[in-house]
Design a protein around this ligand. Structure first.
Ligand code: SF4
Ligand code: SF4
Length: 715
């Protein structure tokens, strides 16, 4: 990864008496060190990538403390790391994106939750739910319930987040249970400050070794008959211990308000949005003092019956503000109220949306309906007015923009090496007809959008090959599975390739080898040796003993394997066609090689800047379109989708259509020229070399060119 986290690492070193300023997710990272963790692991993914990325770059400092950091190959291996806390009094934390990462980790999580832990074990999950999410919409809560893992959902402000992180370890140790902490996108990115404490060097660590392994204890294995006892322990010992700790330590918070015959029960992560909604209704002030009492659940599982009974007793009605479906918390509260024989009316999903993100607007709607029913004398005109104001702004925007704003889906970066592969695939389809494409998770999934619109299924990270296993048996034309190198090492190697080889599957797999796990922030993979970028740039091959995807596949027995350079579109088209139509029966793998352009640009930027500063010759390549020959049919745009290949009005009054135009953002990847050639488009594209600090030869050839061009120009 070319990005530097120098400032973040310095923030991790702050000690007692200092103040941290920054994002929520970095505050969690700092809190882990203040809690004396022995080990940290995880698999990156939005919105928690920052935690692991910073930790990995901070390795030198963490070694001083004796903290081990592991960038795991998937969430399953991260969850399994927590086994260290089963038999040793060591604290550990792992992190990943949920719900997808929790799905991958769930086998290890079940086997961890059963015996429970001795040292504090914390799982920090990025709850990728709602408007900014990039995955399926499900809740982590279900995993907490089924495995009896405690689930925290801290109020999104830095002091609360830090306190909950530190308390999570204590809760875990007090109840011998791993704790999950869900952090929504907004919680991870909320900014603020908190008073820091000194980091704690763990008592058992790489610096202070445990001299003897833990003794044998069958009771600590998730194996029958021990598992029968574990189940009893979960509900008879661990849960009561957890409830006692939550109550004694005041992990849930209560805010009083003058309208105390009603109340709100809020997931901690939704506190800020709820306060915003109350403010709009004139029921909270600018610093968050509310006039409607609130119970804020910083721990959403387990709930503490005694706390809920106290909060609800004497109230006419309560509203549960719980995002996503099903309504786990509401159902839990309904049972608790019934058992306690409390007649408090319970509202929740009857007044609020069942699914989707709870914005202030949505909460306000439910809130005004709730208060309108139970406090009819309350003036709610401010709340209704805010709703009307929003509707008017929307109507005005729609009128001014002439209807709905067209969607702007995400796209490959300018010059991305994956774009040419899909341009080539389009050309293949032009020749042999439509194909079944199994897509995957990664940057290449941008090809599901215009102008490519490829993809018949997405079944999970590294799952494309496996998801074409059945389809290929009833398809007249071989389906194509697309996978990134990140997905290959995460899961695809075993669930796809090994399964296809075992079953002698006759499929086609295209692996996008860009050198990094780009979609999650360009983290390194098994096949990212330090020299990889340089080697790809030079077009040279790996040696036989290097850990490469090619060597791995050959070692597994893949016989049909071809590597292509992505930007050579005609060649990529021919190899893809060959794989789809080859008489060879068995797995055919095409490795599409080209360094992630985002990383390449980050890598070369300082080099170019240094050269320019030193007055050295530097050449920048970009492409252009000759306006005179462009017909304005836009076939090049339909085959590329590059953000810098756009349109502009023609200066020729006889041309009614806008002509193609390359903006100054072009990084000169060469795809335009390649596509124009491979698809036999038109001669409008030209390559431009911008030379800074030209040498004598550059100056001479420039003069010569100008002279001859001058001769050909009319006088
Ligand atoms: S991050 Fe890299 S691989 Fe992903 S779209 Fe950008 S250039 Fe392509
Ligand atoms: S050469 Fe074409 S595809 Fe490549 S960056 Fe420039 S405009 Fe985009």
């Amino acid at each position: 990864m070319e990005r530097s986290f120098h400032d973040e690492i310095e923030a991790l070193k702050l000690g007692s008496g200092e103040t941290f300023h920054g994002e929520g997710i970095l505050a969690v990272t700092k809190a882990l060190l203040q809690s004396g963790v022995t080990y940290v692991g995880g698999y990156q993914g939005s919105p928690i990538s920052h935690l692991l990325d910073v930790m990995v770059q901070a390795k030198d400092y963490l070694e001083e403390l004796g903290v081990h950091v592991e960038a795991c190959t998937n969430e399953s291996s991260a969850a399994a790391m927590l086994a260290a806390s089963i038999m040793y009094p060591v604290r550990g934390a792992v992190t990943w994106k949920s719900v997808v990462g929790t799905n991958v980790a769930s086998d290890a999580l079940s086997n961890l939750a059963s015996p429970g832990v001795m040292g504090g074990a914390l799982i920090v999950v990025g709850e990728d739910y709602g408007e900014g999410a990039s995955v399926i919409q499900e809740r982590t809560h279900a995993f907490a319930l089924k495995s009896a893992l405690w689930l925290m959902d801290p109020r999104p402000n830095l002091p609360s987040i830090v306190r909950m992180t530190e308390k999570a370890f204590e809760l875990s140790e007090a109840s011998n249970t791993p704790v999950m902490m869900e952090l929504r996108i907004r919680t991870c990115h909320v900014r603020g400050s908190f008073a820091t404490k000194d980091n704690i060097a763990p008592a058992i660590s790489g610096r202070h070794l445990q001299q003897q392994p833990a003794g044998f204890s069958y009771d600590r294995l998730s194996h029958p008959p021990a598992t029968f006892r574990h189940e009893k322990l979960k509900y008879e010992v661990r849960m009561p211990a957890a409830r006692k700790f939550i109550e004694d330590e005041g992990l849930n918070e209560f805010f009083e308000g003058r309208h105390d015959d009603v109340g709100l029960i809020v997931q901690g992560g939704l506190y800020n949005t709820t306060i915003r909604a109350l403010q709009q209704a004139g029921l909270a002030d600018g610093v968050g003092n509310t006039s409607v009492p609130m119970m804020v659940l910083n721990v959403v599982y387990p709930l503490v019956p005694a706390q809920l009974e106290r909060f609800c007793a004497g109230k006419r009605a309560v509203l549960v503000i719980e995002e996503g479906q099903p309504e786990f918390i509401e159902q839990d509260i309904a049972t608790l109220l019934r058992r306690a024989d409390l007649q408090t009316r319970l509202h929740g999903k009857d007044l609020l949306a069942m699914g989707g993100e709870y914005t202030a607007e949505i909460i306000l709607k439910g809130l005004t309906a709730f208060l309108g029913e139970h406090l009819p004398a309350l003036d709610l005109s401010a709340g209704h007015g805010f709703g009307r104001e929003l509707a008017e702004v929307r109507a005005q925007a729609a009128a001014e923009l002439g209807g709905m704003v067209p969607p702007r889906p995400p796209n490959f970066c300018t010059g991305c090496p994956e774009r040419p592969v899909f341009a080539a695939l389009k050309l293949v389809e032009r020749d042999i007809g439509k194909l079944h494409i199994s897509t995957d998770i990664g940057c290449h999934s941008f090809a599901t959008f215009e102008p490519f619109s490829f993809g018949n299924s997405i079944l999970g990270y590294g799952m494309s090959m496996a998801s074409s296993a059945a389809v290929k048996n009833f398809s007249a034309k071989r389906p194509v599975a697309i996978m990134g190198d990140g997905g290959f090492w995460h899961n695809g190697l075993l669930s796809g390739v090994s399964s296809a080889l075992l079953n002698k599957g006759d499929g086609v797999l295209v692996i996008m080898k860009n050198g990094y796990t780009s979609a999650t922030g360009t983290q390194e993979t098994m096949s990212t040796p330090a020299s990889e970028a340089k080697r790809v740039a030079e077009g040279s091959s790996a040696t036989a003993d290097e850990m490469t995807i090619e060597n791995t596949l050959r070692g597994m027995g893949v016989k049909w394997l071809k590597t292509v350079h992505n930007y050579r579109v005609s060649k990529v088209r021919d190899v893809l066609k060959d794989a789809i139509e080859s008489p060879f029966k068995g797995l055919k793998v095409v490795i599409a090689e080209g360094e992630c352009q985002l990383e390449r640009q980050r890598r070369i930027k300082p080099i170019v800047a240094r050269r320019l500063k030193a007055g050295l010759r530097s050449v920048r390549t970009r492409y252009g379109v000759d306006e005179d020959t462009c017909t304005g049919d836009h076939s090049c745009i339909r085959l590329s989708g590059c953000p810098t290949l756009t349109v502009k009005a023609s200066t020729d009054p006889l041309k009614r259509e806008p002509v193609a135009h390359v903006t100054n953002g072009c990084v000169g990847c060469g795809l335009c020229g390649e596509v124009a050639d491979a698809a036999v488009l038109c001669p409008s594209f030209h390559k431009i070399e911008i030379v800074t600090h030209p040498n004598l030869w550059d100056r001479f050839t420039d003069r010569l060119n100008r002279f001859f061009i001058g001769l050909l120009q009319p006088a």
